[in-house]
Ligand binder design. Structure first.
Ligand code: NAD
Length: 469
């Protein structure tokens, strides 16, 4: 029997207050048992949170940049001090294996906080064009609505740049994984963030999320989640003409060019498999399509199968977040989801008795228009597609309603960069380049609008004013 973590109060106006809604149970995906209970917000709680954020806005917006940076640095230090608690919380609510919980779910958001503080200290809040002073001013109250797949990171990438800009925030975390957000609220409180600058209201999307999206006291909705819900939020927010930032789904391609030698091909396959299976495939930028030269397909299949075999469910590979999510992912495990020509090159690994696990799976000879090539799986399922030329590889990569992440692998670095420029996607990593915690993050096409993280994340929550003199 797992111990149960109880979060009995929301964080509104710098105080912990019991929520007026019903309690919500949080399940541990590895044990399928209740591991947390959180209080949820009523309509009155949402009203109080928005009112607190509005009241706190003028003073926070007027707080000098060095002071805002100093508070954020204290927040960062508290998160680092409590890194073990954050990691254990993410393991509890998402089932992430401990190593993944620490590196992906805690160290990465800490790097994002550091990069945001750097960006804040360099940010051009004013610039000049002719006789105009162009001012970037924080938008006001930002409602942040976050998904379950990265319970701390998705909150940090929205909330920290907004606070840096001088905006105030009301956060509604995902119902499946709300616990890390409560821990973060404690970090804000302990770091001395002024009352009302950050507020936490948990609850369902249809109630609390919808209230925030409609609320006239909210100036911007910053949403990360699925494309259908993003579309709905954009429609509702349009009624009050709110600014909207949407970070949505993806079906990112990893493209191996014809000039890649055997060593680079092996690296490309290994890193693509690792990226696709990271967080049990539950990342929006997952390289879930591997596009390779047709004459190297058999070698790629061997390499991908060997790499996938190392992700044993229950040890290196965590569970999916819920029984529903597992059911959804299972519908892609049949190679028919990749079209008539598709074959499974790895699948059917042994699963632990408890927990919402699926086998890591590699399906090859996938047809570019098939369901598997077109739909976001959000599970550890890699589609391998063959291309007869680099041009065809680019066309396959761009044959998607999404455009969030991507990768290019090639022996000629300049040629690989030129291919990166042709991909219709918000981020591309060339030859395994490292994640940059200060780089703009966001999507082309139906992967969203707006950019998060670093100076672009700060700019995303600012209005622009031209003052002529
Ligand atoms: P979701 O769209 O179901 O929910 C996301 C959030 O929106 C949750 O907090 C939910 O409660 C809330 N919500 C739901 N309906 C709402 C409504 N009508 N009004 C207001 N809020 C509402 O997504 P999810 O299942 O939690 O997350 C998985 C999805 O998120 C995947 O599609 C994934 O690709 C996407 N994602 C995108 C990024 C990115 O940065 N682009 C990052 C991570 C996840």
């Amino acid at each position: 029997m797992t111990d149960v973590l109880r979060e009995t109060a929301l964080y509104i106006d710098g105080r912990w207050v019991p929520g007026g809604g019903s309690d919500l149970e949080v399940l541990d995906p590895a044990t399928e048992e209740v591991t947390g209970v959180v209080t949820q917000a009523s309509t009155d709680d949402v009203e109080a949170a928005v009112a607190a954020a509005r009241a706190a806005f003028p003073a926070w917006a007027a707080t000098p940049v060095p002071e805002r940076a100093a508070v954020l640095r204290r927040v960062r230090d508290v998160v680092v001090e409590r890194a073990d608690v954050f990691a254990a919380t993410v393991t509890r609510e998402l089932g992430a294996p401990p190593k993944v919980a620490r590196a992906l779910h805690v160290d990465t958001p800490v790097a994002v906080i550091d990069a945001t503080i750097d960006a804040l200290e360099r940010f051009a809040f004013t610039s000049e064009i002719g006789n105009s002073v162009v001012r970037r001013e924080p938008v006001g109250v930002v409602a942040a609505i976050t998904p379950w797949n990265l319970p701390l990171h998705q909150v940090v990438v929205k909330v920290v740049p907004a606070l840096a800009a001088g905006a105030t925030v009301v956060l509604k975390p995902a119902g499946l994984t709300p616990l890390a957000a409560f821990e973060l609220a404690r970090a804000f409180d302990d770091a001395g963030l002024p009352p009302g600058v950050f507020n936490l209201v948990s609850g369902s999307g249809r109630t609390v999320g919808d209230l925030l999206t409609r609320h006239p006291g909210v100036d911007q909705v910053s949403f990360t989640g699925s494309t259908p819900v993003g579309r709905q939020i954009a429609g509702v927010a349009a009624e009050t003409l709110k600014r909207v930032t949407l970070e949505l789904g993806g079906k990112s391609a990893s493209v191996v060019l014809a000039d890649a030698d055997d060593e680079l091909l092996a690296t490309a396959v290994k890193i693509t498999v690792a990226n696709c299976f990271l967080n049990s495939g539950q990342t929006c930028t997952a390289l879930s399509r591997l596009v390779v030269p047709a004459d190297r397909l058999e070698r790629v299949e061997e390499l991908a199968a060997a790499a996938a075999a190392k992700y044993a469910p229950g040890t290196r590979l965590g569970p999916l977040v819920s029984a529903e999510q597992r059911k959804e992912v299972e519908s892609y495990l049949d190679p028919a989801s990749g079209g008539a020509s598709a074959v499974t090159v790895f699948g059917g690994a042994a699963l632990p008795e408890r927990g919402w696990y699926v086998s890591p799976t590699v399906i090859s000879r996938v047809e570019p228009d098939s369901r598997l090539a077109q739909e976001e799986v959000f599970g550890p399922v890699l589609a391998v597609l063959a291309a007869t030329s680099d041009d065809e590889a680019v066309a396959i990569a761009n044959n998607s309603i999404y455009g969030l992440g991507g990768a290019v692998w090639g022996a000629d670095g300049e040629a690989a960069l030129a291919v990166a420029a042709r991909l219709q996607t918000g981020q591309v990593d060339v030859n395994g380049a490292a994640f940059n915690p200060g780089a703009p993050f966001g999507g082309y096409k139906q992967s969203g609008t707006g950019r998060e993280i670093g100076e672009h994340g700060i700019a995303d929550v600012c209005e622009i004013k031209a003052v002529q003199r």
